[in-house]
Design a binder for this molecule. Structure first.
Ligand code: MG
Length: 158
């Protein structure tokens, strides 16, 4: 039996923060605002995994009011959430992400982002797909105010 979950996350671009996606620091004029390191790829994937397992969501596991998670490494949070997934009797088999942003161009980085997301959930990089696209200049993403990430994860009974 397999189960599928979906996750979504968005973060606002600000000056003076690093841009971290999949645990990879990507050179850019702006980073993402957030209580943790604001790794929107890790957050969306975490919610997809938790959703597939019926194990709650990232906000319930790691409240942004908790000082313990201030500046947190979201890859570490992903690993902790995956322990919950495994405790429910599942393991990840595949994930697919779409990152929606105008800039920077992510094409040179998608394989490293995929590798960064795959390792903490016991997958090979080839089992995590990361795609980037623009929002054709429309809306908050089009204006360069922030990014959004959609993730889908598939689990099977361990
Ligand atoms: Mg987030």
């Amino acid at each position: 039996m397999t189960r599928t979950g979906i996750g979504y996350d968005s973060h606002r671009f600000v000056e003076g923060r690093p841009l971290i996606l999949g645990g990879v620091a990507i050179p850019h004029s702006h980073g993402l605002a957030g209580h943790s390191d604001a790794d929107a790829c890790a957050h969306a994937l975490t919610d997809a995994l938790l959703g597939a397992a019926g194990a709650g969501d990232i906000g319930r596991l790691f409240p942004d009011t908790d000082p313990a998670f201030k500046g947190a490494d979201s890859i570490r949070l992903l690993a902790l959430a995956y322990e919950r997934v495994q405790a429910k009797g599942f393991r990840a088999v595949h994930a697919d992400l779409t990152v929606i942003l105008e800039r920077p161009k992510l094409a040179p980085w998608v394989e490293r982002i995929a590798a960064g997301l795959a390792a903490p959930i016991g997958l090979a990089p080839a089992d995590v797909s990361v795609k980037a696209k623009t929002n054709e200049g429309m809306g908050f993403i089009g204006r360069g105010e922030g990014i959004a990430v959609i993730a889908v994860a598939t689990l099977e009974a361990a």
